[in-house]
Ligand binder design. Structure first.
Ligand code: SAH
Length: 250
């Protein structure tokens, strides 16, 4: 049997936001590899072996998945959202680059998913309609000074910003520090959306301005979207819509 490896994006949570190709790859796998929270979203299949790992062990998990595939197993590695956005696909390719040369002959497929920024944007209108970027606020994998330098550069350049990993119990101050910096650059009325657990039963969407954005409303399941000076807010009963126009003067 020839082994293979699929790196599968599960989407933001709702099963009908997962691509049929992802579902097919999960069904066809002999082995599933992933962090327990994401694995819980894959239906149990008694014919499959589940390798549940800790979230911090990305490279180890990637090497384990490659080893299984090289032994002839049909392996699916699961990620939330898109498999290539702050997720497992990079860990797999990093392991391939530095690992066993035979891993380069494996059949490896990355199956895309709906990333949190797209799911969140769709819930609040069209805030990503013009130039935007995505930044992870986690300083586990890069220095905090790099985060601040990037935030400053993109805010000054007029990008809409999607912030992943805004804060957690282990990283309680990063979002506050990010807002403090952005308040010195962006107009006070710039809209900020905090979208938590998008497409799940406990979804929560809140709209602020950068002047009054409350970091305590975010946790590790929140995607924070920060508008640009061009992003518009349409007030309406039950929550505003945000959109970034197709053209902008600035
Ligand atoms: N690969 C994932 C991102 C993994 S990083 C993707 O493409 O979406 C984990 C971060 O993603 C979380 O801290 C949060 O910022 C965001 N996230 C993941 N799922 C989410 C959801 N359903 N709602 C809001 N944010 C989510």
């Amino acid at each position: 049997m020839t082994g293979s490896l699929a790196i599968v994006g599960l989407g933001p949570g709702a099963s009908d936001l997962q691509a049929p190709r992802a579902t097919a790859a999960l069904d066809a796998a002999t082995d599933l590899v992933g962090y327990e929270t994401y694995m819980a979203r894959v239906p149990q299949n008694p014919g499959q072996t589940r390798h549940v790992t800790d979230n911090r062990e990305e490279l180890l998990r990637a090497r384990h998945a490659l080893t299984l595939a090289a032994e002839g197993r049909r392996v699916a590695v699961v990620s939330s959202g898109d498999a290539g956005v702050f997720a497992m696909a990079s860990a797999v390719f990093e392991a391939v680059e530095h690992g066993n040369a035979a891993w380069r002959t494996l059949e490896i497929e990355v199956i895309p998913g709906i990333s949190a920024m797209f799911a969140a944007a769709a819930r609040i209108g069209a805030p990503l309609g013009h130039d935007f970027c995505a930044i992870s606020l986690s300083d586990n994998l890069k220095p905090w000074d790099t985060v601040l330098a990037r935030l400053r550069a993109v805010a000054e350049a007029g990008f809409v910003i999607a912030l992943y990993n805004p804060q957690s119990r282990a990283r309680p101050w990063q979002l506050t520090a990010a807002f403090d910096l952005l308040r010195t650059i962006l107009p006070p009325a710039t809209p900020v959306a905090m979208a938590t657990a998008v497409s799940r039963p406990d979804e929560r969407i809140e709209i602020f301005t950068i002047a009054d954005a409350d970091p305590s409303r975010a946790d590790m399941r929140t995607l924070v979207l920060i508008g640009s000076a061009a992003t518009r807010t349409i007030e309406r009963p039950g929550g505003a819509w945000l959109y970034s126009p197709r053209g902008s003067a600035a």
